[in-house]
Unconditional design. Structure first.
Length: 304
């Protein structure tokens, strides 16, 4: 069985980004044979089902898409030029079953519906396309901006400002003390799931201090040492989850009700029942595609 890291979504990508190619060489033609084209219809991805399902459509298959929407050049995947386009939601109608299948990116990741290396590619495409959708105007002077560098930059024709796709750092932490770890449940969490605490890094803040601040704000628990474990792109729309392991120095929980509906300490034995879906209260662990699963699994396995 693949280890927990191998089952994380979006961490593998064979995309060769070709920053130099975007910048100094003409972007290859989108309809050349061998090109791969990723199509998003609203939030959903158009897939070609079959023995090896893929989101990398051929130019012939992608020709069903309506003209007009911005196409970005991502780079090369297994030496094929790869492009991505965000279409309106109703464009999905042009890609009917059984030749095509439509699925949202979370579902594709959870089901392993495409190769893991293709998930990373889809994460890049989704984040960059979402950024274009929200950044049509210059934040400096308000003029309409123009896509450049294959879609990895927008430029303002009035004031000359360059704008780049953003990545939002989020700390997510396994907070532990002795044989227990701290888990919580956000007000909007699905079903019965509990997870690690998490929060956005603020400007001018270290990762370690963000872990300490978020943990204290949400639960009143003080944290001492913090160490980095692994990171995960989370393209909803553009987060980078920074997984950390943190040692608590206090135990009394004072929950912030706006941030968390529940927070509690669980022992390794209790966490085991959550992973095995036999917890007496029916609470469950996050899915293997999420980095919180990896962090909690580390704790369970005693590697923390
Ligand atoms: Zn401007």
């Amino acid at each position: 069985m693949a280890d927990a890291y191998d089952r994380l979504g979006f961490v593998k990508s064979r995309l060769v980004r070709h920053g130099a190619e975007r910048e100094h060489v003409a972007v290859p033609p989108v309809d050349a044979p061998g090109t791969g084209i990723l199509l998003f219809a609203g939030d959903r991805v158009i897939l070609r089902p079959g023995e090896t399902p893929t989101a990398l459509l051929t130019p012939d298959e992608a020709a069903r898409r309506p003209d007009g929407p911005l196409t970005i050049f991502l780079g090369r995947f297994e030496d094929r030029p790869v492009f991505a386009t965000a279409l309106p939601e109703d464009a999905a109608e042009s890609f009917p079953e059984p030749d095509f299948r439509i699925s949202d990116l979370r579902g594709i990741a959870a089901q392993g519906a495409v190769a893991a290396e293709e998930l990373g590619l889809l994460a890049t495409a989704k984040s960059v396309l979402a950024w274009h959708g929200r950044n049509g105007f210059c934040s400096n002077c308000g003029t309409a901006t123009e896509p450049k560098a294959g879609g990895f930059r927008r430029e303002c024709p009035a004031c000359g400002m360059h704008h780049f796709p953003r990545t939002d750092p989020v700390v997510i932490m396994l907070v532990h003390r002795g044989d227990a770890c701290l888990i919580g449940r956000g007000p909007h969490f699905p079903g019965t799931m509990y997870s690690c605490l998490a929060g956005f890094v603020e400007p001018g803040e270290t990762i370690e201090d963000a872990v300490r601040r978020e943990t204290f704000e949400e639960t009143g628990i003080a944290v001492g040492s913090v160490r980095y474990r692994a990171s995960q792109p989370w393209p909803f729309p553009s987060s980078l989850m920074i997984g950390c392991v943190a040692e608590a120095t206090t135990e009394v929980i004072t929950r912030d009700p706006l941030e968390l509906a529940e927070a509690r300490w669980v022992s390794r034995a209790e966490l085991r029942t959550m992973f095995d879906a036999c917890h007496p209260e029916g609470i469950t662990a996050p899915q293997p595609l999420a980095i919180a699963h990896l962090l909690l699994r580390d704790f369970l396995d005693g590697t923390v």
